[in-house]
Design a protein around this ligand. Sequence first.
Ligand code: GTP
Ligand code: MG
Length: 385
Amino acid sequence: MKNSLIAQIETQTGKTLTRLERLEGNSVVLRYEHNHSYICDEAGNLLSLYVREEEGLSNLLFPAEVCTSLQYLTLSENKNLNQINFEGPLPNLRYANLSECALTVITIPGGCFSLRKLYLNKNKLSKVHFEEGCPALELFDASQNQLETLELLPGFDKLAYLFLVDNKLRTLQFPKILPSLETLHLRGNQLTNFSEDILTSSPVLQSLFLGENPLPDAMRGTLDTINNGKSTLFLERYFKDLEKGGTPDNECKVLLIGNGNVGKSCLVHRLVNNKFLEKWESTHAISLSQYQLNEYLLNLWDFAGQDIYHATHRLFMQSEAIYLALWDCETEEKLYTPYHPTAKKGNTPTTNCLIGLTMPGSSVKAAPLLYYRPKGGNTAKKTCP
Ligand SMILES: Nc1nc2c(ncn2[C@@H]2O[C@H](COP(=O)(O)OP(=O)(O)OP(=O)(O)O)[C@@H](O)[C@H]2O)c(=O)[nH]1
Ligand SMILES: [Mg+2]
């Protein structure tokens, strides 16, 4: 009688799978690539299953006896396969590739003593539940899913490569010790912090990727630019510096943005030199200057406002800075929207400060009007002192 798992697949795909002969003494053949095929031992126990790119597959239940005997499992690129359940432990499973399917949750049962490689990447997983540790697991790839958290219980002592790129991870719960972890790939998640515990629990960690996470600025600026996985060196220094304690940082970056000819450079000149700039020259790229305001040092970044420079502005934008968005009230009807780093299509941005310059009558040098717009509040109008 046919194995019930094979029967499920044949019913859903409408195709007959090929039973391959097992070559004695050559276990490698078990996992090599004959699509729509499986291998059983002499007693008919399923050892290996290989079914890819089958749109008809939607859900599979692995009966306990299949779980017991299965060694190699490839079910990748079955783009409608959204559910897989294992009815028992998988003590002999060595390799499982379930990538590029449509799985939303999966439970890896306890008792996976032999599992070395597990690929769950490119699914729609919001949850991966390991009932226990997987003591032989060397590689686990769950990149490109929807995971917000991942919990690894104690017992992942062989885990060397952990790929979790492009998820929505906010939290990680790792065991106290991951003694073999060499590569941890966390680029493109939602981590707002990175715990020093992960470094201390991974004594052989060599490659750590943390870019494109909303980490604190002091961490993020550098980590975003590290593409070779050498973030560990930076973080070790970072945590050491933290131990030394903090000193107040009285420097602040102020970015002046707005179209050309709206008066950014003149405003800077007024602040720094308290003079009106008579001779007008359009800024090229960026002009940097500093302004001491009581105990605070403002680093002023005066951007060139002409259209050709706009695309480069975002390269310099960061969250912990003051933005002065300037516009000419007489010629520009709309307040500035496209500049702010958090501005998205259709959203009203909350800039730290908006300044509109106007020319009352024909007196060009008349005091400009300042508009302050507090977050969420209405525009308040103030005459510049
Ligand atoms: N009426 C009036 N004119 C001003 C004021 N500030 C600057 N201007 C004039 O606006 C023109 C442009 O000033 P800039 O400060 O160089 O303009 P900008 O925004 O730095 O321009 P780009 O460097 O090209 O981006 C000059 O002719 C100034 O004289 C102001 O407060 N009131
Ligand atoms: Mg200028």
